[in-house]
Design a protein around this ligand. Structure first.
Ligand code: NAD
Length: 243
């Protein structure tokens, strides 16, 4: 997809991955409007980015990116609100706005999941559950047979561990095995930089040739679409592709 002049609405753009995605999108000529609950940080980010990229009028939303998220096992109900309820609400609002069969001009809805949306992690069960939930929501909408008429595509963006405050502030966030998490996340090469993750996101947005939905970030240019499968464990049933 050519991003020039495209309208993007993104949640959680004040810092971290969201800020990185905003910069990457602006660098390709998109217009980005973001929200964030960190108002002062958000205003500072907005001012810095406008200095570099200028400001413009914003029209319709062509791309909606649900990026905002928290990792806080001690407040798992709040985390479920932020990581699951909010992206469901925003995605459905975006769909209403974009769908061609009701006068919209089509578009792309990208929900930020995580590689944990496809796996399990004993450090953070409630966070992992929230990412599985939003992956299931996104892939289900993507399968809707009327989606082609609506002209809307759905994508799960699944980054690897990325060097942001979400990870660096984890000490306050009651994990069962904090030492294990700190050892794992501090290992050499465990983390990607925000810029590396943002460049992988750009590839996802620009390459819309695929009908696949789940985009898994991997290092060294190995990112790409993946499918979940039920594995043939008993040697009798056929393996069934579910995505
Ligand atoms: N950092 C990682 O290793 C990693 C890996 C995979 C997926 N993710 C996901 O990427 C997304 C961004 O994470 P990050 O690492 O940049 O975190 P971050 O904490 O650095 O940034 C998240 C931003 O979202 C904002 N935010 C949080 N709750 C909000 C709300 N209710 N409304 C509006 N804004 C809100 C925060 O203020 C912050 O600016 C999250 O969904 C996270 O789960 C992160």
């Amino acid at each position: 997809m050519d991003l020039s002049g495209k309208g993007v609405f993104l949640t959680g753009g004040a810092r971290g991955i969201g800020r990185g995605l905003t910069e990457a999108l602006l660098s390709k000529g998109a217009k980005v409007m973001f929200c964030d609950m960190r108002v002062e940080t958000g205003k500072a980010t907005e001012a810095e980015l406008q200095k570099t990229f200028g400001a413009d009028k914003f029209g319709a939303v062509d791309i909606c990116v649900n990026n905002a998220g928290i990792m806080d096992e001690s407040r798992w109900e709040k985390m479920t609100e932020v990581n699951v309820v909010a992206p469901i609400r925003v995605s459905q609002l975006a769909l209403d706005h974009m769908r061609r069969d009701r006068g919209g001009r089509g578009g792309l809805i990208i929900n930020t999941v995580s590689e944990l949306g496809l796996s399990s992690m004993h450090f953070c069960p409630a966070y992992t559950a929230s990412k599985h939930a939003i992956l299931g929501f996104t892939t289900s909408w993507a399968k809707n047979p009327t989606m082609k008429d609506m002209g809307v595509k759905w994508r799960c963006f699944c980054p690897k561990l990325t060097d942001t405050n979400l990870v660096n502030e984890i000490k306050d966030r009651m994990l069962e095995d904090l030492d294990g998490f700190l050892t794992m996340s501090s290992a050499k090469d465990a983390r990607m930089s925000v810029d590396e993750t943002a460049q992988e996101f750009l590839k996802l947005v620009q390459d819309q040739g695929s009908d696949d939905v789940i985009y898994l970030v991997r290092k060294n240019g190995a990112s790409g679409y993946v499918r979940r499968q039920l594995v043939d464990t008993d040697g009798v049933s056929n393996a069934v592709t579910v995505d």
